[in-house]
Design a protein around this ligand. Structure first.
Ligand SMILES: N[C@@H](CCC(=O)N[C@@H](CS)C(=O)NCC(=O)O)C(=O)O
Length: 212
């Protein structure tokens, strides 16, 4: 069985959503991203991945796959019939990769990570200044579309859903982008998305707060 190392409401949520949308069973291990402890057995998470970051997907052959963009596409390709990624050769596959890169680099790392991760000691002005311009991109794209790629839910939507959920704890009001507000409501109405969030919100209460 696949195994997913995750931390509640971290970017690994997108991988849990993808697994649930695909109907793929997995064993979930909570890896504490601040203490680097695997909660199951108290071992050092860096022994699982030297990056010390979630998600880590342990494949059936024991190999470990990291990086959300790769993990999400791997999950999608395990169940092509679920339509979570356009097949290779379909031009939309590159649109999917375009969105996964944008969400991972321009949303997650450029501003979500610094604003959510660190207490504001005055150094967050620059990352915060990027938010409006960056989010105007998916906002405009979704003004007349239901999903990021094509006309069905893909792993890019799983990734963006996670990122948008973190806006509020990062102190950003999503209401200023009506198309993103409508989108996140639509996504949260999906049973798999709702189930994944409910599971992780419950677990989130059991882990210590960010000491940073
Ligand atoms: N590029 C990686 C980033 C993974 C990442 O930064 N994960 C965060 C949680 S959202 C984490 O585990 N951070 C712990 C750390 O960086 O020490 C991806 O897209 O999967």
């Amino acid at each position: 069985m696949l195994q997913l190392y995750f931390f509640p409401m971290a970017c690994s949520l997108a991988s849990r959503i993808a697994l649930m949308e695909a109907g793929i069973e997995a064993h979930y291990h909570l890896a504490h991203i601040w203490t680097k402890e695997v909660v199951d057995d108290g071992s050092d998470f860096r022994g699982i991945s030297p990056k010390g970051a979630v998600p880590v997907l342990v494949l059936e052959n024991g190999e470990r796959l990291t990086e959300s963009a790769a993990v999400l596409q791997y999950i999608a390709d395990l169940k092509p019939e679920a339509g979570l990624a356009p097949r290779f050769g379909d031009p939309d596959r590159y649109r999917l990769q375009e969105w996964l890169s944008f969400i991972g680099a321009e949303i997650h790392k450029a501003f979500l990570f610094p604003t959510f991760w660190y207490k504001d000691d005055g150094s967050l002005a620059k990352p915060r200044a990027r938010i409006a311009q960056t989010l105007s991109v998916p906002s405009a794209h979704l003004a007349d579309r239901e999903f990021l790629v094509g006309n069905r839910f893909t792993v890019a939507d799983a990734h963006l859903t996670w990122a948008l959920l973190l806006l509020r704890p990062a102190g950003v009001d999503i209401a200023q982008w009506p198309s993103l507000s409508a989108y996140i409501e639509r996504m949260q109405a999906r049973p798999a998305v709702l189930g994944a969030i409910a599971t992780e919100m419950a677990l989130r209460k059991t882990v210590a707060a960010n000491p940073a």
